[in-house]
Each structure stands twice: as structure tokens, then as C-alpha cells.
Write a protein that binds this ligand. Structure first.
Ligand code: ZN
Length: 428
């Protein structure tokens, strides 16, 4: 009998100790750990004693900054942060320089990924929806799809022209591509990455109102309904938007939505705490909202109104963030912290385990047609081994991303990825 490729020995899985058998990139069997297994039957044996077996996660909203801003992040460092963060599939946004609005940029991204991470994390570029993200001319969607893009988006720059956005949705749908929508009324969302409300008043900062997000969510959900075309809403952050999505789903609109870990963890009060006052580490677009919004996001993720999570990983140089609030760029570096921070929400009962698995594993993979591991025989062997007890302090020394810009800096998180397999191959 020929040998199997991999045995993962004594991992914790659904409360029991198991052995996992992998061959030719797929799960063959998961069975209760037995003492009399013949290790000679396996090419490779990985001891997982005390570690938890978890399915590899997918992040559909990542800014990798290459080409153009490699000092913030590059494809090598970004995929490294993903691998150590528990992510096996990464979708990267098009707001690079040049913008990813042509096959040559898409192909250059994939080439870099293949050089540095040939076994994965798998990189799936997202093409620009409009040329240069300028919002006035459609990008060549068919060319982008043929080059390997899995979706199109104007993320970072909401499309002002409703007629053009309608045409873009139609055009993308013709090529089987889903539009990922950055929902913000661009005329109203001119603040500095702070929620408009009591905290922005107290700090004397111009705010972004939640209604600016809800307005655009309404527009685009109605367009999706009118055209009968799927739309995916990026980084939903407020209760008003959730209510519109909930009603649209009840009517059968083909809308999916993501929120980000920071909207589940933090509120605009973070910016008002004495040690953080005016710190741009908490400046993000859309902004951190109120406690009421945070509770609404948690409830919506638990009940499925929000389909899944995405990091909106937005690395920046520290010199760019350690400046005044109104001139600092928006964004939080999220790949390193997402898993441990949201796993803590499962541990304290805030998020259901079902919602966690849907948020990071099944939801994004199903929406964008990527491989998914449900630990059934025949599933792709994408998983990592996680030490749920290991504590670590978020900071430059513990993050793999070049972007150290996070409001979680200095906090202690519990849980670390120890090793990660994709299609049965060890990537870290
Ligand atoms: Zn965005």
C-alpha cells in the first residue's frame, strides 16, 4: 500500500482528540485518536498535541499596497501576515498605484504571490470597477476576469454617478463578476474618519454621519433589486445600514454584506479615552460608531443579516499615522489580530461558533466561489493548528504585517496560529 501524505496527530477538534489523515491535498479521514496508529504509513507526521484544529479562513477585503506603496505593505509581507493570521485565501483591493484596472497589473500581482508564496496563501485580486477608480469610465471587466480577478470594486472611492454605477453592475454581472460596494454618500461623508455624534462634538472634529452610509446602502440595494443582480456591501458599520439590509434580504434581494472586527470590538469612545485622544490609530473609513451600532453589528452577524467578516486590512507607515487626526490616512492593520480578537468574542459568548465559522470560513468562500473546508472527506485540506491558550501583546514585535497601525496595540490577545496547511502543504 502506498503511503498517505500527512497525518496530523492528536489535534483538538469539536471537543475530542483526533487524528487527521490527508492525501493529495484533501482530507481523507478525521478519526478519534488511537494509540496503535502506524506512523510508517505517512510521508509526514505533524504533532498537534494541545492544539486546536481550525479551518483556514478567507479575507475578502485586504489592501496589500503593491504595486506603488510597498513601504506600507507588499505582497510578500501581506501574505505572510495572512498565513500567520489564519487566512488561506486573500482578496486584495484595486487601489494600488497603478490601480488594478488592467490585466498587466493583475498578472504582476499574481506573479509576486507565486514567487514568495507558491503554496499560498492564495491571492485573488479584485479588479477596479472604473478606470483609475475615478468613477467616470468603466474598467475592462472581461479583461480583468480573464486575467484572474474574482470581483470588481471601487473600494475607497464610492461611485457618485448612479447611472454609471447601474451600468457597472449590469456590465460586471454579464461577466459573472460581483460588485463589492463601498457604501458612502460621497457628498456627505467628508469628515475625518470619526463618527458624527456626541464624541465628535466633544473632540471638536468634523464627523461622518451614519446616514451617509445608510443612504448609499439604500441606493445600491434598490439597484440590485431593480436589476435582479447580486451586490456585496463592504465594511458595513452602523445599525441604520443593517436595518436596510435586513429588510432587503426579507424581500429576496441578492445582497450580501460584511462587517469588520473593529466594528465589533470598538466604538468612537475609543478616540475619547485620555490615552488615545485624537490618536489616528482609531481613524478608519467608515468610522468607529456608537455602542448601539456595535451591538447591532454583533446581532446582525449572529442572525446572518451580516453574512461574514473581512478585515479591511489597511496598513500604513507609522509616520503617516502619528500625525494630527485630520491629516492622517484612514485604516487599521487587521490581518494579524483578526483571528484572536474575534475568537475572544466566541469565548465570551458574544458571537456564536456558527457565526464565527460562517464569518471567516464558509460565508466568504461561498460568496466568491473559493475552496472551503468543512472537514468532510474529500474537502480541500486547508486548516491551521491554533494554540488557544497562548497570550501575546499586539505590537511591532508580534505582527507580521509591515503595518503596525492598530488601535489594539498594547492589548493582550489570547490564541496564536502555530502552523498552517493549505491543500495539505505546510505554508508556515
Ligand atoms: Zn472601503
Amino acid at each position: 500500500m502506498s503511503r498517505m501524505d500527512l497525518l496530523v496527530r492528536r489535534a483538538m477538534f469539536e471537543g475530542r482528540e483526533v487524528d487527521v489523515i490527508v492525501n493529495e491535498g484533501r482530507i481523507v479521514e478525521i478519526r478519534d485518536c488511537s494509540a496503535e496508529i502506524d506512523l510508517e504509513e505517512f510521508e509526514q507526521v505533524e504533532d498537534a498535541y494541545g492544539l486546536q484544529l481550525m479551518a483556514s479562513m478567507t479575507d475578502v477585503h485586504v489592501h496589500l499596497r503593491e504595486p506603488g506603496f510597498e513601504y506600507k505593505e507588499d505582497i510578500r509581507s501581506g501574505l505572510g501576515a495572512a498565513a500567520w493570521g489564519g487566512f488561506g485565501n486573500v482578496l486584495c483591493m484595486a487601489n494600488t498605484s497603478p490601480v488594478n484596472d488592467s490585466a498587466s497589473v493583475t498578472e504582476a500581482m499574481q506573479e509576486k504571490a507565486n514567487i514568495y508564496w507558491p503554496e499560498g496563501p492564495r491571492l485573488f485580486p479584485i479588479g477596479a470597477l472604473t478606470k483609475g477608480l475615478k468613477g467616470d469610465e468603466l474598467a475592462p471587466v472581461a479583461e480583468l476576469r480573464d486575467a484572474g480577478c474574482v470581483a470588481v470594486s471601487n473600494d475607497g472611492v464610492p461611485v457618485k454617478n448612479t447611472d454609471l454605477f447601474r451600468k457597472a453592475m449590469d456590465y460586471a454581472a454579464n461577466f459573472g463578476m460581483t460588485v463589492i460596494d463601498h457604501c458612502e454618500d460621497p457628498y456627505m461623508a467628508v469628515g475625518v474618519g470619526v463618527n458624527e455624534g456626541e464624541v465628535s462634538d466633544r473632540l471638536g472634529l468634523a464627523g461622518q454621519p451614519d446616514v451617509a452610509e445608510a443612504l448609499q446602502v439604500s441606493r445600491d440595494v434598490l439597484l440590485a433589486e431593480y436589476l435582479d443582480i447580486p451586490i456585496h456591501l463592504a465594511h458595513v458599520s452602523c445599525e441604520k445600514a443593517v436595518e436596510i439590509i435586513r429588510q432587503a434580504k426579507a424581500r429576496g434581494v441578492k445582497v450580501t454584506a460584511e462587517t469588520c472586527p473593529h466594528y465589533l470590538l470598538l466604538t468612537d469612545e475609543w478616540l475619547a479615552e485620555p490615552e488615545n485622544e485624537y490618536s489616528a490609530m482609531g481613524k478608519v473609513n467608515p468610522p468607529l460608531r456608537t455602542e448601539r451600532d456595535r451591538q447591532a453589528m454583533i446581532a446582525a452577524l449572529n442572525d446572518g443579516t451580516i453574512d461574514f467578516l473581512a478585515t479591511d486590512h489597511a496598513p500604513h507607515g507609522m509616520h503617516e499615522k502619528e500625525v494630527e487626526m485630520d491629516v492622517a490616512p484612514c485604516g487599521i492593520s487587521g490581518l494579524d489580530t483578526a483571528l484572536a480578537a474575534t475568537w475572544a468574542l466566541v469565548q465570551d459568548g458574544t458571537l456564536s461558533r456558527e457565526a464565527f465559522d460562517r464569518a471567516w470560513v464558509t460565508g466568504p468562500a461561498q460568496t466568491f466561489g473559493l475552496p472551503v473546508n468543512r472537514f468532510q472527506p474529500g474537502d480541500t485540506a486547508d486548516f491551521f493548528l491554533f494554540d488557544p491558550e497562548e497570550e501575546w501583546v499586539v505590537g511591532p514585535g508580534t505582527m507580521h504585517s509591515k503595518g503596525k497601525n492598530t488601535p489594539l496595540a498594547g492589548t493582550t490577545l489570547k490564541g496564536r496560529v502555530k502552523t498552517h496547511f493549505l491543500a495539505g502543504k505546510k505554508i508556515v
